[in-house]
Design a protein around this ligand. Structure first.
Ligand code: 13P
Ligand code: SF4
Length: 376
């Protein structure tokens, strides 16, 4: 991420109204934050839309006009031309995608610039380009780059330029299907686990998958391994989902006989293989909503969402898959204080924490994102 300051951008004419500092907000009570957020939203009316990812905390997500997983929110960003401002309660790569997919007249705001994603940071554009060159030097020409949504805009642009595509956890299967019909091999980044879990669904044997460690020559593989691989997986992971272990599944099953295990496909292969159901964030929510009263679930995903599901479905027993794991720390960066700060600055005519992607990168990233949206 390029910078972690809370910044004001002023308007197009260069006029810069005084930015209200974030320090003015940090001591406000919960009730006052809540009241003033509602007031600022009322004043801004249709000029603003607040998008909220499901992993946001309760005191933030309750103010979102639309909630969703990363796929749904990307689609929403592309379909809200009436809103002058898109306030993204999520993480940096999501706000970048919203900027790429929204109109030129729209401005995207991330209420806290430190809301990044450790997985997205595991693949740098220079590393991906170096890997690509090394693979092409081996003569591996029929190679399709696919990036997970959780990546920087520069990486999405790289995929756009190379005829590749973006996928999310809710459409990885149709995107893999499309890609495998176009080229012989897939190069998937930055989430090793989602890539492996999706590859297995397509019958790709584990020994036909190579893992690319960007710190090592040829990603730590032999030429033969790379030539034999159908799927090359970047060595990256989610610091939340990657923590669930196969033993957590065994422990929950022993503790609550008959409990169903429901996990996100960013979890390790061993965890997904032992689960009853795996699915994207939206699918997890749908599964619980449709589950019969009295059913019991251990869920392997972000803590704020699991707690919310438990509160919303008191007729079902819902617990986190692992007893001692914490929430996504970067999603948690977006606090009501930051949301109010960004909204009241908008009311005062000051755009703070605007996320912009440079036009060339945006054009190519849009090519990869549009390809995704056209396929599913
Ligand atoms: P989805 O929103 O695609 O389920 O991804 C989960 C996630 O980790 C987002 O950062
Ligand atoms: Fe990134 Fe994982 Fe947090 Fe999602 S949950 S933002 S993938 S660290």
């Amino acid at each position: 991420m390029e910078n972690i300051e809370q910044r004001g951008m002023g308007d197009a004419a260069g006029f810069r109204p005084a930015v209200r500092p974030i320090e003015d907000y940090v001591h406000l009570s919960e009730a006052e934050l809540d009241r003033r957020i509602r007031e600022a939203k009322r004043e801004l009316g249709d000029r603003v839309v607040i998008l909220g990812h499901h992993y946001q905390r309760d005191d933030v997500i309750r103010h979102a006009d639309v909630t969703g997983d990363s796929f749904k929110l990307a689609r929403e960003a592309a379909q809200r031309p009436e809103a002058e401002y898109i306030v993204f309660c999520g993480v940096h790569f999501m706000a970048e995608s919203a900027d790429v997919l929204s109109g030129e007249h729209q401005q995207v705001i991330l209420p806290d610039m430190a809301a990044g994603c450790s997985m997205a940071d595991m693949a740098g554009i220079e590393q991906v380009e170096t890997a690509w060159e090394q693979l092409r030097d081996l003569g591996l020409d029929s190679l399709m780059p696919i990036t997970y949504m959780n990546s920087a805009a520069s990486i999405k642009a790289f995929c756009g330029r190379e005829g590749g595509v973006v996928c999310t956890s809710s459409n990885a299967a149709p995107l893999f299907d499309w890609a495998l019909k176009q080229r012989q091999k897939l190069f998937f980044f930055p989430d090793e686990h989602l890539g492996r879990n999706t590859g297995v669904k397509f019958g790709i044997p584990l020994d036909r998958m190579a893992v690319w460690d960007p710190r090592l020559e040829l990603g730590g593989n032999t030429e033969e391994q790379l030539r034999g691989a159908r799927l090359i997986l970047w060595k990256g992971f989610c610091s939340v989902h990657g923590r669930f272990q196969a033993r957590h599944v065994d422990d929950r099953r022993a503790e609550y006989p008959g409990i169903k295990i429901l996990v996100h496909p960013e979890c390790r292969y061993e965890v997904v293989a032992k689960s009853d159901i795996d699915g994207s964030t939206e699918n997890i929510i749908k599964t619980i909503r449709e589950a019969p009263s009295g059913s019991r679930w251990a869920i392997g995903t972000e803590l704020n969402l699991v707690n919310r599901l438990a509160n919303e479905h008191p007729d079902k027993f819902i617990t986190l898959l692992a007893p001692d794991l914490c929430m996504c720390a970067t999603m948690f960066r977006i606090a009501p204080e930051n949301l109010l700060w960004s909204l009241e600055n908008l009311v005062a005519g000051n755009v703070v924490n605007r996320i912009t992607v440079d036009p060339e990168t945006a054009d190519w990233a849009r090519a990869a994102l549009d390809r995704m949206l056209a396929i599913r």
